[in-house]
Design a protein around this ligand. Structure first.
Ligand SMILES: NC(=O)c1ccc[n+]([C@@H]2O[C@H](COP(=O)([O-])OP(=O)(O)OC[C@H]3O[C@@H](n4cnc5c(N)ncnc54)[C@H](OP(=O)(O)O)[C@@H]3O)[C@@H](O)[C@H]2O)c1
Length: 324
């Protein structure tokens, strides 16, 4: 593809900002040749990107699906990191790419890369046992059918969006990639938000309760990935994560011991997920273990280690302490 036109949504965020800076510093000839644009909601962000040679498009937000679709029609590749839970916005972006293809000679295949998460594959080990101890592979397993099945039992906005992206891509003849990231850690490299949501939220909870918390037995297992490491997956149980936080909090003199505390779903929902026990269970207690076989085949390599993960817990304590 000659000089692809790339749009990134969510570039002022943690992951999107890291993706943009990765592109800006890339030695890949196609990316170096590409024109980079961002969809933003704030004038000061637009000004900052423009000063770096990135073209900003100022919109009210993803909710304005007409404007989003119109904007998308001007690009060859869209990296959508702004919101994994808005099916209408994702659809508008995919159909916008199709509109653009229809206006051109159609020789350029359009690509839509959608950042999503693994909570939409998670089980409900507390409210609906037995737990699912299974490592999902994006190559071996039919994740689409599995997610359809889960979705029929209980709709979940992130999963609804994943499925919509795949369906819209097929209808619009746009190549879609749903990147189901696990728990992301480490410092981002973008211009604005450089911290993740997940671990800092648990650190704030640990400081408030005096010790890190986990739900129920805390035995549900998730993978971790460093924000600048596209395919480095490491596992933790929720209890092990709480133990890692306790150690880091003690080292930083913010917590007084290495004790951790099991709490119930209702208490966790009140403290961490705005009252939703469903979200607390799948995002903070479930099993969701995945292997990115397709990503590895595409040449993505792990660079970060368990030591980086431990270090990021210490860094996150500093970050949360300095921002509270
Ligand atoms: N962090 C993780 O551990 C993780 C793991 C898996 C999946 N994900 C998913 O990845 C996505 C991004 O996560 P993140 O941690 O990078 O979030 P973040 O730091 O909060 O960034 C969100 C970005 O999206 C933009 N945005 C949000 N709502 C928007 C809207 N309605 N219209 C236009 N722009 C909007 C924000 O712009 P403003 O600057 O204007 O607010 C910001 O640039 C989320 O969907 C999340 O579910 C995250």
């Amino acid at each position: 593809m000659a000089s692809p036109r790339i749009l990134i949504t969510g570039a002022s965020g943690y992951v999107g900002g890291t993706v943009l800076s990765h592109f800006q510093n890339s030695s890949n000839a196609e990316i170096k040749n590409a024109s980079l644009s961002v969809l933003v909601r704030k004038q000061e962000q637009a000004d900052k990107y423009a000063s770096q040679g990135v073209t900003p498009f100022l919109l009210a937000g993803l909710e304005d699906v007409e404007a989003v679709r119109q904007l998308a029609s001007q690009f060859d590749i869209i990296v959508h990191t702004a919101d994994s839970t808005d099916p209408a916005a994702a659809e508008a972006l995919v159909y916008g790419l199709r509109d653009g293809a229809q206006k051109s000679d159609g020789s350029t295949k359009k690509h839509f890369i959608h950042l999503s998460g693994v909570s939409s594959l998670g089980d409900s080990p507390i409210s609906r046992s037995p737990a699912i101890s299974y490592e999902f592979s994006d190559k071996r397993d039919d994740l689409y059918s599995y997610m359809k099945w889960l979705e029929n039992m209980k709709p979940y906005s992130q999963r609804t969006t994943d499925l919509k992206v795949v369906d819209a891509g097929e209808k619009a003849d746009v190549k879609t990639y749903v990147v189901k990231a696990p728990l992301i850690y480490g410092r981002g490299t973008g211009l604005f938000n450089n911290k993740s949501v997940h671990i800092p939220m648990l650190i704030r909870g640990a400081i408030a309760a005096g010790r890190p918390e986990y739900i129920g037995q805390g035995t549900g297992i998730w993978d971790d990935v460093h924000v600048i490491d596209v395919a480095a997956f490491f596992e933790h149980s929720w209890k092990e994560l709480a133990e890692g936080l306790a150690e880091a909090g003690l080292k930083k003199n913010i917590l007084k011991s290495t004790e951790t505390q099991s709490i119930g779903l209702a208490e966790a929902a009140g403290k961490y997920t705005g009252g939703s026990t469903h979200l607390a269970e799948i995002a903070l207690a479930s099993n969701s273990v995945t292997k990115a076989d397709l990503a590895l085949e595409m040449g993505w390599k792990s660079q970060k280690t368990e030591a980086d993960f431990r270090q990021s817990l210490l860094d996150d304590f500093d970050l949360v302490a300095s921002s509270s």
